[in-house]
Design a protein around this ligand. Structure first.
Ligand code: NAP
Ligand code: G4F
Length: 331
């Protein structure tokens, strides 16, 4: 009998990579899709016809109960969220409802349908919960025991999701694990996130489709890995006998300027500065200045290790966007 997985956030970056991974492992995959006319539905149906889509929304508890009853999952991966930090400042209440309380809605749907002893649950926690402050162990990076200090409505909502997941583990004996994932990127990254915004603009500049890119703060540093590597870690967490919390990260940190430098090098440009303008519109009321993760526990216990390094991540993203944008040139 093949295992059954239900993935929320199926139309997102990680939803794509995780469903590919689970399908390759022989799982039956269900995906939660929201909205009356979600334009991404047709893309999932075309690209990943093996996924059974179930309509539902993290803010609608009844739809989640129905989803659990329909899928009868062995494993539930909660990837759905309002996931953009800048957007969360502009829409803090929605963010709390979806990214925070939505986790509780899903855990309750599992519990009231009697799944708390059978279902293994993954919560997409985040390095944004650390907030870049209290960075008191330079060089080592944040691990599972580091202090939390969220700096955005998104980070605060995720922290609630993190703790309520641990609470269901401790209260009801649920096999519920939290992956505290540092930034992970790739060809499927949403265009609103800085790495993809840069790789796509670099491709368009090279092809003559635009002449500059507008960005916010260029100094923050992130621990950037490849999304395809990170979904393997999510799956490994649910294969352990005991649930737990794990940091997935590369152990390296780079600035946005570093990303720009490598991305522009891919199109033969040594000095990126003439192509970049700063626009206060993309600045945030509070910034996370530096994130660096320590994945020692995941490497030791799960046997997980990232494969794609920073340089190759930038390369693969720019290469992908050059191929994506080239057909748009009108000759
Ligand atoms: P993403 O591409 O932004 O995808 C978010 C998904 O959530 C989309 O499928 C979206 O559906 C869905 N969603 C939004 N609101 C919803 C609602 N009310 N009900 C149901 N679904 C809803 O995010 P990602 O990069 O794949 O990340 C996956 C998860 O990991 C997120 O929870 C994110 O916060 C977390 N995380 C990401 C990173 C990272 O670097 N990527 C790092 C740490 C943690 P629509 O397509 O319909 O909008
Ligand atoms: O790419 P970002 O929007 O990612 P951010 O804020 O680090 O959040 C991502 O990673 C988190 C894990 O740490 C996830 F939990 C979260 O869901 C999301 O996937 O911004 C990265 C940095 C920030 O410091 C931002 O201020 O880039 C800076 N930045 C500068 N200009 C910009 C821009 N960010 C965006 N999105 N757009 C800009 O124009």
């Amino acid at each position: 009998m093949s295992k059954v997985a239900l993935i929320t956030g199926i139309t997102g970056q990680d939803g794509y990579h995780l469903s590919e991974l689970l399908n390759n492992k022989g799982y039956k995959v269900y995906g939660l899709i929201r909205g009356q006319q979600n334009p991404k539905k047709i893309i999932v149906e075309q690209e990943q016809p093996y996924i059974d889509l179930i309509e539902g929304d993290l803010t609608d508890p009844a739809s989640l109960v129905q989803a659990i009853e329909t899928a009868q999952p062995d494993e539930v991966y909660n990837l759905a969220a309002v996931s953009h930090v800048g957007y969360s400042f502009r829409n803090p209440i929605l963010t709390a409802e979806v990214t925070g309380k939505g986790v509780l809605n899903l855990l309750e749907a599992i519990r009231v349908t009697g799944g708390e002893k059978k279902v293994r649950f993954y919560q997409a926690s985040t390095s944004e919960m650390f907030g870049g402050l209290d960075y008191n162990r330079p060089g080592k990076g944040y691990d599972e025991n580091a202090l939390f200090h969220p700096r955005s409505p998104y980070g605060a909502a995720k922290l609630y999701g993190h703790w309520i997941t641990k609470n269901y583990r401790e209260s009801y004996g649920m096999h519920a694990s939290c992956g505290i994932l540092f930034n992970h990127e790739g060809e499927r990254r949403g265009i609103e996130f800085v790495t993809r915004k840069i790789s796509n603009a670099v491709a368009k500049i090279h092809l003559g489709l635009q002449d500059h890119i507008e960005l916010g703060n260029l100094d923050p540093k992130r621990d950037w890995g490849y999304a395809g590597d990170y979904v393997e870690g999510m799956w490994l967490m649910l294969q352990q006998e005991e649930p737990g919390d794990y940091v997935l990260a590369t152990g390296e940190t780079h600035s946005i300027k570093d990303f720009l430098e490598l991305a522009f090098k891919e199109i033969g440009v040594d000095d990126w500065k003439p192509y970049v303008r700063q626009n206060p519109k993309f600045m945030r009321p509070a910034e996370v200045d530096i994130l660096l993760g320590n994945p020692e526990k995941a490497e030791r216990v799960l046997g997980w290790k990232r494969k794609v390094d920073f340089e190759n991540l930038v390369k693969l993203m720019v290469k992908h966007d050059l191929e994506l944008e080239a057909p748009r040139i009108i000759t």
